[in-house]
Write a protein that binds this ligand. Structure first.
Ligand SMILES: [Zn+2]
Ligand SMILES: [Zn+2]
Length: 239
């Protein structure tokens, strides 16, 4: 029996989503059927915030909100928070299935590789958790995704500099307006000198209203970064 066949027998490669056996499994470990159900975000998108447009025709352009508010950072998500990805993220974040950082990170790295090449970041910074939340969950889901991106994209990750200095209620319990005030000023940079003039790529698992991301952006802007990009695995469908 060939070694590969033996390995498949002992440790059958099963789809992370539906648990079906995958005959020629790659590192993603998501079967073709489940992969087809992932709502990857494709053009036309807002060139700034990455929001998809309702019409499927036309080229990427700046959305109305970004024309008015001119965000400092440029953001992209790999998929909508729906279907198999919603299920994977839920199990990853709330079900302690830490190994799911691998398929989520791999699909994000592959889908957003052109964005990363164009952004040319010097370093990756995952959105930090407050140390109390880190103790509760036992891991920072954004840092685990960031570690996969670090390896795939060859961009070093820095984890200790951006800190969550204030405890905040979970954003999922709040509406859009309360989310902004809840996280505003919640982040601080410990050593701004290390970030000055750098191109920084923020990483988070999910973007919903974007208020957590914007609170990080405030702190990094004060540290005088040269450019700021953000990527998330998924984007909330209510946007
Ligand atoms: Zn499957
Ligand atoms: Zn926009």
């Amino acid at each position: 029996m060939p070694f590969r066949a033996l390995l498949d027998l002992l440790f059958p490669p099963l789809c992370h989503v539906c648990k079906a056996f995958i005959p020629k499994a790659g590192e993603l470990l998501i079967c073709a059927g489940c992969l087809n159900k992932i709502p990857f975000l494709v053009s036309p998108l807002c060139t700034v915030c990455g929001a998809p447009f309702a019409t499927q025709a036309g080229a990427d352009h700046t959305c109305g909100a970004c024309v008015i508010h001119r965000p400092f950072h440029i953001c992209r998500s790999a998929t909508l928070l729906d279907g198999p990805v919603q299920d994977l993220i839920h199990r990853f974040k709330y079900g302690s299935r830490v190994h799911l950082c691998q398929p989520l990170g791999v699909l994000t790295a592959a889908s957003l590789a052109p964005f990363c090449s164009a952004a040319a970041p010097d370093l990756i910074i995952p959105v930090p958790l407050h140390r109390r939340r880190l103790r509760q969950r036992g891991y920072n889901q954004s840092q685990l995704i960031g570690a996969v991106l670090e390896k795939k994209w060859g961009v070093p990750m820095e984890i200790a500099n951006l800190r969550r200095v204030r405890w905040t209620e979970p954003q999922t319990t709040l509406d859009a307006r309360d989310r902004v005030s809840n996280v505003s000023g919640a982040f601080a940079v410990r050593d701004p000198k290390r970030l000055e003039g750098k191109r920084v790529l923020l990483v988070d698992d999910v973007l919903t209203t974007g208020s957590t991301m914007r609170a990080c952006v405030e702190a990094l802007r004060e540290a005088k970064v040269a450019a700021l990009f953000a990527v998330t695995v998924a984007r909330g469908v209510q946007q």
